[in-house]
Design a protein around this ligand. Sequence first.
Ligand code: GUN
Length: 286
Amino acid sequence: MAQIIDGKEVSVFIKDKIKARTAQLKEKSGLVPGLAVILVGSDSASQIYVRNKKQACEYCGFYSESYELPADTTQDQLLELIDALNKNDSIDGILVQMPLPKQIDPQAVTEAILPEKDVDAFNFVNVGRIMLGEYNFLPCTPAGVMELLRYYKIDVSGKECVVVGRSNIVGKPMAMLLLHENATVTICHSKTADLPAVTRRADVLVSAVGRPCFITADMIKPGAVVIDVGINRKPDGKLCGDIDFTEAQKIASFITPVPGGVGPMTIAMLMQNTLTSAELKLKRRN
Ligand code: GUN
């Protein structure tokens, strides 16, 4: 049976370090890291994420603001709020929860956030920096996966890593972070000819597809490390990932559960980026 990777435990370990660094920063400079979270519309999953982010801010000792805007908010109204937050010195990070209603262009919104406050690392400058390996912020979910691997002393150097999914938020940056750690990386997607043949090569398999039970046990190499980024809701309302967990755990060496795997790490890394942003602001001042 695979060892379960406990994302809750690792996220608390990281948040406790952030909490201590935040207390030091406050004592040294009077600065308190500040995060603004904006939610447009009332998607229930997004509301839960926003609430969890607020709680994490409280835990770490951050200042936080949350904005819940109606679903018919215009792009100009949202850009106006971002402009005000860009100019607000008590805010170090601005996060606009995705997905956005269709009258709003998500890239236009992302580009409006100052790169130094773009704690999601979604805008052109930060994506470009990640490509070059010269970054201040890493996108939260892929960074959270790398922290899990580090905590469990899983070295990816020279290993075959397969990422299923090519989104800008997870798949593409995930592949880049694995590459920075000297993995041999393959990215699969909906047009991949023989997906099981590719996933069976993986020493480390990361799935970010968003479909329940998409990765079955026969697609996993015995002894592989299996990371599930999917958060899906089954017809009975329960959460599940992309991986058929019950069968996969009989084959894998390590596996992340859903919930309690990658999810809590995403929020921990958002806290990390917000603290980094506050520390960089202080450096620019001095
Ligand atoms: N929606 C799903 N994941 C994310 C994320 O990492 N950041 C934002 N802003 N929205 C999301």
